[in-house]
Unconditional design. Structure first.
Length: 147
């Protein structure tokens, strides 16, 4: 369920809603629709990834004895998947706790107002990168289910 929320909300927000909402927008600021979308998307994706990592670790610990008869190459593929999961997790953490905060605390740091358009552009590109990393990790997880 967490994977569906993370990937589904990212696909809808980044690939469908955001391009339609920004069709006639010339400049992004802290009141723009793109910031409002990313302000909700970043913590949602981060929480979903946190749940996915937690449930994945729990699954590995509970099913440890069932993992003895796996085909060769399972752990190689699992390691590659973990690289993508870790990348998505840390990029999402950076989006949620660093970039998003630069815009949300403009009343405390008014000097950051000049950085808003560049920060929003960076947030959109990193959100797309997170979506790609999550999609690859999800594909590898489905592939691992065959083992």
């Amino acid at each position: 369920m967490a994977a569906v929320i993370a990937v589904g909300s990212s696909v809808f927000s980044l690939l469908i809603y955001l391009p339609a909402a920004e069709k006639n927008v010339k400049e992004r600021d802290e009141n723009s629709l793109s910031y409002k979308i990313l302000d909700h998307l970043a913590p949602t994706v981060f929480a979903s990834l946190l749940i996915l990592v937690g449930t994945g670790i729990y699954f590995l610990l509970v099913n440890y004895t069932a993992q003895t008869g796996l085909k060769p190459g399972y752990y190689n593929l699992f390691g590659i998947k973990m690289v993508f999961v870790a990348g998505a997790f840390f990029v999402s953490m950076y989006l949620t706790f660093s970039l998003r905060i630069q815009i949300s605390d403009l009343d405390l740091n008014p000097k950051n107002k000049a950085l808003v358009p560049a920060t929003l552009k960076k947030m959109i590109s990193l959100s797309r990168m997170t979506l790609a990393l999550m999609a690859i990790a999800l594909f590898l997880g489905i592939w691992l289910a065959r083992y």
